[in-house]
Design a protein around this ligand. Sequence first.
Ligand code: ADP
Ligand code: MG
Length: 499
Amino acid sequence: MEYRPTIGLEIHAELKTRTKMFCDSKNDPDETRPNVNVCPVCMGHPGTLPVINKEAVRHVVRVGVAVDGKIADFTEFDRKNYFYPDIPKGYQISQYKYPLVKGGKLAGIPLTRVHLEEDTAKSFHKDTYSLIDFNRAGVPLMELVTEPAIKSAEEASRFAKELQLLLQYLGASDANMEKGEMRVEANVSIVPQAKNFREFLRAFIFRDPSRAGTKYGGRLGVKVEVKNLNSFRAVERAIAYEIGRQKKLLEKGEPVAQETRGWDENKQETFSQRTKEESHDYRYFPDPDLPKLRLSELPEFSHEALRQDLPELPRERRARYRADFGIQDKDAEILVTNRTLGEYFENTAQELGRDQRKIKLAFNYLVSDVIGLMRWDDDHPITDIGKIRMSTHHFAELIKMTAANEITSRTAKDLLVLMVSDGGDPREIARERGLFQKSDEAELEGTVKKIIAENAAVADDYKKGNEKVLQFFVGQGMRATKGAANPAVLAKLFKRFLS
Ligand code: ADP
Ligand code: MG
């Protein structure tokens, strides 16, 4: 039996703001001393009152505009009640019924909502006790929820990467997964793909009966939520593992239990954390300490104002690279994800005018040769192209020289290495070292005659009709001139003097 996987993601991102979500304690993800960025508000002391952080609202609304979502006219914050030591008030302020953003689309995946809440404190569990660091308690946290519309583990990690990139472009979050600034939860289900009616009836038994008639119409299987995914690789592996695990269960005729599972990085498998029966009733209700928000009444939150204020988005940059430089999305990706590299390329392209052929050449040299050099060591690659010595002006000059056949591509590659290491004007270096392409027949004649004389046996071979050895001679000519000779001219001369 074939199975069709469905995945929905819930992604949290810590927002980059000066202060926390509801108080003026600092929001500093780099603070290493525990419990220094705290105050009575984020410690949940009685009698304190929260105040909404406008900067955080703005970040989420900008994300909403960037994904073409619907920004709420009316929105409010709710209390999500549960008890845990990392939640000092006994509830988390979140949004339930009226999220800031509804709908929208990213990387082709429809979104359900984007809302704003506060982060919890961090707990450190020791053998017989736990420690809590409240620096993170009350930090603004964005939650984005996708529709159950993702069809594979790869598509899920691609989506998460695209969201990370978007948040970075918007300056909403650094979204570093290792630092926990972006956290992914994956909801995974599979459903048997019936080939005939009998199979369909058999398969139907394993669908979650409680979901029939709900918003997904019982078309989907029982979902399992997987938590603690701290890298894109973990996202991909955990989902793939879960799909496999669920298949095995269904094949044995056993149902999939609706539950929350964790990802064990060492064992590379998911494990049960909490079943549906133990799930919380959060008793959501609107927080009476906070005002309702009518965003449309604030001019600075008007759709037009926000739209105008957005930087160029990743998808827009891809479209521009396609239109202006003729570079396809897949090739452009490295320039879109590494922004300093993208800027370097754009400055070079600027120097090359609108000449697509030269721009393509620059792109190829940059992406294969220059990046190849920058990745000199897997563990210590140079990621910021600003650290190499070659200026975009000189790089463009090198491209012009290559495009005009003033130097051979082999010389260009040698020059690149010199320029990356020491900088300098390629025209000057080529002049000093005699690297300009030699097309002058008179100048190359001597070299050609010398090579023929030194390889008399091969020359005889050629004269007997073995034309393949011409390649050998041209190769020798290139070697003798350190790659500077024009190979076509060399071939012509060898033919002339060998006959
Ligand atoms: P819950 O009420 O359990 O939180 P939601 O309907 O709010 O469930 O969905 C939470 C997340 O789970 C969303 O990302 C949604 O797309 C996803 N999801 C819901 N049902 C399924 C399913 N059957 N299979 C996969 N993902 C699902
Ligand atoms: Mg939910």
